[in-house]
Design a protein around this ligand. Structure first.
Ligand SMILES: [Fe+2]
Length: 389
């Protein structure tokens, strides 16, 4: 995160004595990225954040193998047909991934246990329902349309209020706003489609009493359950530029042109070798002779995975794509609107249609995506041939 925040109590200077009411010292913890050469925050714990009692092995999830996209094909997966189960961490059904990023889908009502992903940042898009995200930095309420960005190493848990569905993006690195939206010191520029005011982060600390508290930790080697002597939610204050935050897709201000604008105008975040884009309701391209849906295109360096989160998709009519669908258009394949869609939307504009109400989250990866077992279990096998009908 590019800007500084302070929550709860912190001493006047960093790294000076800061004492509890009983006279003991609070335990300072520096969470820092990139070898402490990038964003960081200082957290003040009531108890030692280092005190663990046990380290237990955890069986890896059964369905975590990835399969190459061969023979090379555009794909359509129906997350609507995936079963609910687990929680927002353990219930993730793997859709696709590579060495840089993994994407999953989850539908659940169950609270998760405490979890720390030490492999990279996570961006959890809440597709439906309401959930409280609790962490060492405090709590955040999230609901439909929210991206919740969780920095690497943040101990947290998810507490749904009823059924929640989510599209989960796990990076092998950090997820940040695109550099081109920021000043050289990190402030959002005027041309950016969102800014600091649109980002929500914890407003107060969260204290939970408890002893012998298990935390599921994900590392490159697999999963471990560390048992902490005291509950990790014991932070009385923190400050810095590194913290979890939420951004609602409806706060993304679309950039619209007279003729069709290319996908980079929809970019919302960037990660290592991938980008995340938001396609939001917006006026259609307004040049009198505009073709107001995408042209056929070949993203030569990227696989494009799109999660259709809401609205309708005039460019995809006839393809079987619906809310909850995921399309994967890999490099090596040219894609575009379904046959007849261009003429149909031009005619709709002639009849007075001026807006699109599509809502979608797209992840473009710069390395090929392999396919996950959850995706393959709900694949629409006829999709690849729909342009040739
Ligand atoms: Fe595309």
């Amino acid at each position: 995160m590019p800007y500084y925040r302070v929550v709860g109590e912190v001493p006047r200077k960093r790294h000076v004595q800061f004492r509890r009411p009983d006279g003991g010292l609070y335990a300072e913890e520096l969470m820092g990225e990139e070898g402490f050469s990038s964003d960081s925050s200082l957290l003040y714990h009531r108890h030692l954040p280092t005190a663990i009692l046990k380290a237990e092995p955890v069986e890896p999830p059964a369905a975590s193998a990835l399969t190459p996209n061969l023979p090379l094909s555009p794909r359509h997966f129906r997350t609507q047909d995936l079963p609910a189960g687990g929680d927002l961490v353990t219930g993730r059904g793997l859709l696709a991934g590579n060495a840089d990023v993994r994407m999953s889908y989850v539908a659940t009502e169950a609270p998760s246990e405490l979890y720390r992903n030490s492999m990279g940042d996570e961006c959890v898009y809440i597709a439906s329902g309401r959930v409280v995200f609790e962490s060492t930095y405090g709590a955040l309420e999230a609901a439909e349309g929210d991206y919740v960005v969780v920095p690497t190493g943040t101990i947290h848990r998810w507490v749904p209020d009823g059924r929640v569905t989510a599209f989960v993006i796990e990076a092998a690195g950090h997820i940040r706003p695109p550099k081109r939206y920021l000043s050289k010191y990190g402030q959002f520029l005027e041309h950016a489609p969102y800014c600091e005011r649109d980002l929500r982060s914890p407003q107060e600390t969260l204290i939970v009493e408890g002893e012998e508290v298990p935390v599921l930790v994900r590392t490159r080697g697999g999963l471990t359950r560390l048992v902490y002597r005291n509950h990790p939610f014991d932070v009385v204050g923190w400050d810095g530029c590194l913290y979890p935050y939420a951004f609602n897709i409806n706060d993304f201000e679309p950039i619209v042109k007279g003729i069709h604008a290319p996908p980079p105008v929809h970019q919302t975040f960037e990660g290592p070798n991938f980008v995340i884009c938001s396609f939001c309701p917006r006026p259609l391209d307004f040049h009198p002779e505009a073709v107001p849906i995408p042209y056929n295109h070949h993203n030569v360096d990227s696989d494009e995975l799109m999660f259709y989160a809401g609205g309708d998709y005039s460019a995809r009519k006839g393809s079987g794509i619906d809310v909850g669908s995921i399309s994967l258009h890999p490099a090596g394949f040219t894609h575009g609107p379904q046959p007849g869609a261009v003429e149909a939307v031009i005619e709709a504009v002639r009849q007075g249609h001026t807006r699109t109400n599509e809502l979608a989250v797209m992840v473009d990866t710069f390395r090929p995506l392999d396919l996950g077992p959850a995706a393959l279990s709900v694949e629409d096998p006829g999709y690849a041939w729909t342009w040739a009908r």
